[in-house]
Design a protein around this ligand. Structure first.
Ligand code: NI
Length: 139
C-alpha cells in the first residue's frame, strides 16, 4: 500500500451565514466570514490517494491524470467563483471548509471509481492557520 498526494490551489469567495439569523447574530456565530458582501480565500487543496503500485508503470496513479481529475471535477468549478452561488456541489450547503472538504471528497470519490487509486484524504487549507482534513464517511 502506497500513498500519493497532489496539491492544487484555488481562489474563491464565500460567506458563512444562516439566512434566518440577523447580520449581528451571523457575525457573532461566524465572525469575519459572515461579512454580508462576501470575501475570498486563497485555498490550498491536498488530495491523497492510496493503493498498490502498478508494476508496469511504477506508478500508483499518473499524477498528471490525478491533477486533471481534480481540476475537472473540483478546481474548475471553484476557482474564481462564489462558493455560495456558483458551485453545483455546494448548493444549499453552508460554505464552511468542513462542508467544502466533504463535498470535494464526494466528487473525487465518484471521479476516481475506475482508477487504480482509492481516495484516502482531502485536506483543505482555508488559510495557513485553518485546516480541515476529511477521510471519508466511514471514519
Ligand atoms: Ni471566510
Amino acid at each position: 500500500m502506497i500513498f500519493v498526494s497532489r496539491r492544487e490551489r484555488f481562489n474563491a469567495a464565500h460567506r458563512l451565514f444562516k439566512p434566518d439569523y440577523s447580520d449581528e447574530k451571523n457575525l457573532e456565530v461566524f465572525g469575519k466570514c459572515s461579512n454580508p458582501n462576501w470575501h475570498g480565500h486563497n485555498y490550498i487543496l491536498y488530495v491523497t490517494v492510496r493503493g498498490e503500485v502498478n508494476t508496469d508503470t511504477g506508478f500508483l496513479i499518473d499524477l498528471k491524470d490525478l491533477s486533471e481529475i481534480i481540476n475537472k471535477y473540483v478546481i474548475d468549478k471553484l476557482d474564481h467563483k462564489n462558493i455560495n452561488l456558483d458551485v453545483d456541489f455546494m448548493k444549499g450547503k453552508l460554505a464552511s471548509s468542513e462542508n467544502l472538504a466533504i463535498s470535494i471528497w464526494s466528487e473525487l470519490d465518484k471521479a476516481l471509481k475506475d482508477s487504480n487509486a482509492d481516495l484516502y484524504m482531502v485536506k483543505l487549507y482555508e488559510t495557513e492557520n485553518n485546516i480541515v482534513e476529511y477521510y471519508g464517511p466511514e471514519i
